[in-house]
Design a protein. Structure first.
Length: 339
């Protein structure tokens, strides 16, 4: 049994999810202690409990500690079974994080799997459905890892109620990922999405992007959608030759449309100035599938605490060499290779 300290590094839920994913892929029993010790409300919340129960279901694992607020979980996996599964959080917790917990185990399970996921789809502090579809999965495709996704219903915090489907195909051969250069900018799109809030909010967000970035009107998309509760998200998308970088900011009560858009604009400008390929959030999500495959390399900005913690947990559970090298000020390379 491997024991993982959930309080290490940034002390968040990613330590828990990464541990579950690797336990299933490697057939390794793990005990995760001090779960989410670095958070204001430590222990398992609904979305983490859904991740645990989803992991348990796809491999018939023996589990202890599967309850809300639990700070310690023992997870003993059996063989992962491809098939049809439905995972519902029952809150606005992120359904995309549930997807990412079971994604690689099902990729390696030897058959096609169909998932229905219910909960939040466009949350702060988690990749959105759009990010999964347009930024993450295209990089997986380069590695020979294929999945189709379809959004059925938007789900914003706090109402939730979102729903989407994923079809995950078994991999023939995982290829190394080479994402050292992002290439030229081919195009950009600003998408302002809202539900159950005044239409002028998204229009003001797009107007601010046009004013501050000087993007043509054809690149500005207003998306008015239906959902169980009100919500708003600004998504700025940069289509580079080798990667699509997406910067997303969720609107909040009492925060102006201009300020929401302004946060996204500032991050886009930092990305463009850095000349790296993988933005902060994509970098965070590439390491695990690359480690489970044959590795590769990518460039990113100064590694976040989230990324460093994820690397540390992966290194504790499997024989892989992950090397971070500062190339220039603000530009780092991440190289991953099996030991």
């Amino acid at each position: 049994m491997k024991v993982i300290d959930g309080s290490q590094g940034e002390g968040g839920g990613q330590i828990f999810r990464t541990s579950l994913t690797l336990a299933m892929c490697l057939g390794q029993t793990v005990r995760i202690e001090n779960i989410r010790a670095g958070r204001r409300k430590p222990g398992l919340l609904r979305q983490h409990l859904t991740c645990l129960r989803a992991a348990q279901e796809i491999c018939n694992a023996e589990v202890t500690g599967d309850e809300l607020g639990s700070g310690t979980v023992t997870f003993k996996p059996r063989t992962v079974k491809p098939g049809e599964y439905k995972f519902s959080i029952g809150s606005a917790g992120s359904s995309t994080l549930v997807f990412q917990t079971v994604f690689m185990p099902l990729v390696l399970a030897g058959g096609i799997s169909e998932l229905v996921l219910e909960g939040g789809t466009h949350n702060g502090m988690a990749p959105s459905f759009d990010f999964i579809e347009h930024s993450f999965l295209p990089q997986m495709k380069k590695m020979g890892i294929l999945a189709d996704v379809e959004l059925g219903q938007f789900g914003f915090y706090p109402a939730g109620g979102g729903a989407w489907r994923a079809r995950i195909y078994p991999v023939d051969q995982i290829k190394p990922l080479d994402l050292m250069e992002r290439g030229e900018l081919l195009g950009q799109t600003a998408v302002a999405t809202s539900s159950r809030i005044p239409e002028h909010v998204t229009q003001r967000e797009l107007d601010w992007v046009q004013q501050k970035c000087e993007w043509p009107e054809a690149d500005l998309k207003q998306r008015l959608v239906k959902s169980a509760g009100p919500g708003n998200i600004v998504s700025l998308r940069l289509q580079m030759e080798n990667v699509t970088e997406m910067v997303e900011v969720v609107g909040e009560r009492s925060v102006s449309a201009e300020r929401v858009a302004g946060k996204a604009i500032a991050e886009v400008k930092r990305y463009l100035a850095s000349e790296v390929a993988a933005g902060e959030h994509l970098a965070d999500q590439l390491v695990l599938p690359m480690a489970l495959g044959v590795g590769g390399s990518f460039t990113t900005a100064k590694p976040s605490q989230h990324l460093l913690t994820n690397i540390e947990v992966i290194s504790q559970l499997m024989p892989v060499a992950i090397q971070l090298t500062e190339k220039n000020e603000g530009q780092w390379s991440v190289n991953i290779s099996p030991k």
